[in-house]
Design a protein around this ligand. Structure first.
Ligand SMILES: NC(=O)c1ccc[n+]([C@@H]2O[C@H](COP(=O)([O-])OP(=O)(O)OC[C@H]3O[C@@H](n4cnc5c(N)ncnc54)[C@H](O)[C@@H]3O)[C@@H](O)[C@H]2O)c1
Ligand SMILES: O=C(O)C[C@H](O)C(=O)O
Ligand SMILES: [Mn+2]
Length: 576
């Protein structure tokens, strides 16, 4: 079976790859995975019916990049830049990725967090070309037929969202498609997964947003969200259809509200290789960052008292990963539980209080609060920091500005170098601005944030602000799972990704909490190889070619399969 209904990638007599298109002429120029624009050679133009359809001068990829980058630099607004780049992606994917890879640090905040949040909100208003697959209440009854319309035959990576909790901005209806597209853009740009092996998916089960439902331009189905049985029947159908059409595909669940995130993960993780980015990816990235912070302080993770503000998918995922990290350093389950304190909007999770089931394992035993002084029925953030003597504070609440000056200052009482990570996205949801945290703590805090922030200047020092974003985990975790053909993404693989990121940071950026995002293309293959190693160890890897490989062999395997944005020569299919 060819890679796509419209082309295949083959090898010539000398083993070099070339592309065999099944369309020619004007149509060829309209397919983003095929279009080279002005870079089609004279020979290709003749062979593919393109003569006269393009300007006479043949450009190199370098020249094309120069042209599109110059225009890009003239655009002021981040959202307009996003629209410009997405348009380029829908016109010529190789050029898009070649440009992106050259300007990762500059363009990630435009294509991904934080600007992608704006693109989600405005999705129905900025819509141009179709991309990805929509499963909706309109087509779920014949989903297999609909999925057959996707022209790609070898999809390996799917990012699917039901848009119920996009970043920290809540229910976004159909607009969440932009998040699936953004995450997969990273998979290709820094995770080396070919764009024709990826499929962004919007699971349009409706929206509870009255303003969206009333907007004449809104593009999603116009009804309230499916719930309960109906919701799970929808997802069951989707997962079953994916399994049939793409038996080697992995699903990354993205931005599901806490009410369903945990249940969806558990329901399918043994049915189809899958993981939840917000629970597991975030858990891993937070563990890696806190481990780095401990290394910089010269302390152990197991000595820390960690307060997590926010008990949704992200917060609970982070609590899980940190507890696992403490257990690795020898703490018992109970000891680790007492050192990781989680708060939701009602305050500290304490046994006996009303709370959702998924939060229960993270509730403190009532004895833990012996001798505490606090106001209100349950300790709030300041009460918890003071009474528990917190040394690490992590924000996953989506509540912008909730780490106030008194909160930051309270952290100074219990450690010389408090660790404070406002991890909520986008920028407006960040629990604090890194700048403020550095000033309030007189330069003592170790700070990383979920969204990108510039370095902070303080008393002659320039303090880089690490980006504690699951972008450091999911591309490597997904790539590793896919290359190992893991039948399941185990908890061990998720934690391995965290330690891989930590080890990479320690080896290459010993002074930092996270590597710079410009280095994501080196981080992800390393994370992938470590994840593959763990998949082999856990006995879930089904790829015969990786069995028995050393770590070096795994790295080579990953590198040899890492997709690069370069044009292939085209040879039309022989006419028989
Ligand atoms: N940096 C990262 O990589 C990363 C990854 C995942 C999520 N996040 C961020 O974390 C935030 C939450 O995302 P989620 O997926 O967990 O959402 P979610 O809807 O699953 O959970 C949100 C949680 O926030 C908490 N919360 C809300 N109001 C609060 C308040 N006033 N006080 C204390 N807690 C409160 C609640 O416990 C709620 O469960 C978002 O802003 C998201 O961008 C960041
Ligand atoms: O999308 C991001 O930037 C990270 C994370 O998945 C989130 O939901 O905030
Ligand atoms: Mn997310």
């Amino acid at each position: 079976m060819p890679v796509s209904r419209y082309y295949d990638v083959k090898r010539d007599e000398r083993g070099e790859r070339y592309l065999e298109p099944y369309v020619s002429g004007f149509l060829l120029l309209r397919l983003p995975l095929l279009n080279k624009g002005t870079a089609f050679t004279e020979e290709e133009r003749r062979a593919l019916g393109l003569e006269g359809l393009l300007p006479p001068h043949v450009n190199t990829l370098e020249e094309q990049k120069e042209r599109v980058y110059r225009r890009y630099r003239l655009i002021q607004s981040p959202l307009e830049k996003h629209i410009y780049l997405r348009h380029l992606q829908d016109r010529n994917e190789v050029l898009f990725y070649a440009l992106l890879v050259d300007h990762l640090e500059e363009m990630l905040p435009i294509l991904y967090t934080p600007t992608v949040g704006e693109a989600v909100r405005e999705f129905s208003h900025i819509y141009r070309y179709p991309r990805g697959f929509t499963a909706s209440t309109r087509n779920i009854g014949h989903i297999e037929e609909a999925l057959a319309n996707v022209p790609l035959e070898e999809v390996r990576l799917i990012v699917a969202t039901d848009s119920s909790a996009i970043l920290g901005i809540g229910d976004q209806g159909y607009g969440g498609m932009a998040i699936s597209i953004g995450k997969l853009t990273l998979y290709t740009a820094v995770g080396g997964v070919g764009p024709d092996k990826t499929l962004p998916v919007e699971l349009d089960v409706g929206t509870d947003r009255e303003d969206l439902l009333a907007d004449p331009l809104y593009l999603g189905v116009r009804h309230k969200r499916l719930r309960g049985e109906e919701y799970y029947r929808f997802l069951d159908r989707f997962v079953e259809a994916v399994r049939k059409r793409y038996p080697k595909a992995l699903i990354q669940w993205e931005d599901f509200a806490k009410e369903t995130a945990f249940a969806v993960l558990e329901r399918y993780r043994k049915v189809i290789p899958s993981f939840n980015d917000d629970i597991q990816g975030t858990g891993a990235v937070a563990l890696a960052g806190v481990l780095s912070a401990c290394r910089l302080k010269g302390e152990k993770l197991s000595e820390q008292v960690i307060v997590i503000y926010g008990a949704g998918a992200g917060g609970i995922g982070v609590a899980w990963a940190l507890r696992e990290g403490m257990k690795r350093e020898g703490l018992s389950e109970e000891e680790a539980r007492a050192r990781v304190l989680v708060l939701d909007s009602k305050g500290l999770l304490v046994e006996g209080r009303s709370m959702e089931d998924y939060k229960r394992p993270y509730a403190q035993r009532p004895e833990r609060l012996a001798g505490w002084e606090f106001s209100g029925p349950y300790p709030g953030l300041l009460d918890t920091i003071r009474n528990a003597k917190a040394t690490v504070l992590l924000g996953l609440s989506g509540q912008g500005g909730s780490f106030t000056e008194p909160v930051a200052k309270a952290m100074l009482a219990f450690s010389e170098r408090p660790v404070i990570f406002p991890l909520s996205n986008p920028t407006s949801a960040s629990e604090a601005l890194p700048d403020d945290l550095i000033y309030w703590t007189e330069g003592r805090a170790l700070v990383a944030a979920g969204s990108p922030f510039p370095p902070v200047g303080y008393m002659g020092r320039t303090i880089p602000i690490g980006q504690g974003n699951n972008a450091f985990i999911f591309p490597g975790l997904g790539l590793g799972a896919v290359l190992a053909r893991a039948r399941e993404v185990t908890d061990g693989m998720v934690l391995e990704a965290a330690y891989a990121l930590y080890d990479y940071t320690k080896a290459h950026f010993p002074d930092l909490l996270y590597p710079p995002v410009a280095r994501l293309r080196e981080v992800s293959p390393y994370v992938a190889a470590r994840v593959m190693q763990k998949a082999l160890e856990d006995g879930v890897a089904e790829e015969e070619r990786v069995k028995g490989l050393s770590f070096k062999g795994l790295m080579e395997f990953v590198r040899s399969r890492f997709w690069e944005p370069k044009y292939l020569p085209y040879r039309p299919a022989p006419v028989i």
